[in-house]
Design a protein around this ligand. Sequence first.
Ligand SMILES: [Zn+2]
Length: 181
Amino acid sequence: MDQIFAPWRIEWVERPDKNEEFETCVFCELPEQNDDRENYLLARGETAYVLLNNYPYNPGHAMVVPHAHIGRYQDLERDVLLEVNQLIQRTLDAMDEALAPDGYNVGYNLGGAAAGGSIGDHLHAHVVPRWTGDTNFMPTLTGTKVIVEAVTDTYDRLYDAFATQQGVTAPAEGAVVVEPE
Ligand SMILES: [Zn+2]
């Protein structure tokens, strides 16, 4: 039987070189730290933001996260639903430009551990670029330094792709800011 790659099970992983304890919720606290490049925060909208996952074996894996600490998809307000989906579109465009994958997985784990997620009380959409064979994209990496450099390189490539999109501003420091549409 073929092995099935399960991108939904890849959750945000704390950086080994950043031993911060998150007091409440990583997805609530990361944007408040205003340390976007260090935190791999790529783009900020009004009600949601785009975060590059920390998972070392697929550095292109991004998440679109509403600012509101909400776990039930049914509880998202209409403007948040719209902006999350617009940010998914922008993320796909940026990945097309910067990473040129063969395809994507896009979706949610809802309900926490039972659905394969680990942070079930703050929902977030996964955007996972896929390559034919996948194993060719990133060799198995060992060592913290190499892993961090791989993710940082991917961050810079995606950031540049976001920054050239229409309707965004790219501040000298921090994530790309997406103007309301
Ligand atoms: Zn939260």
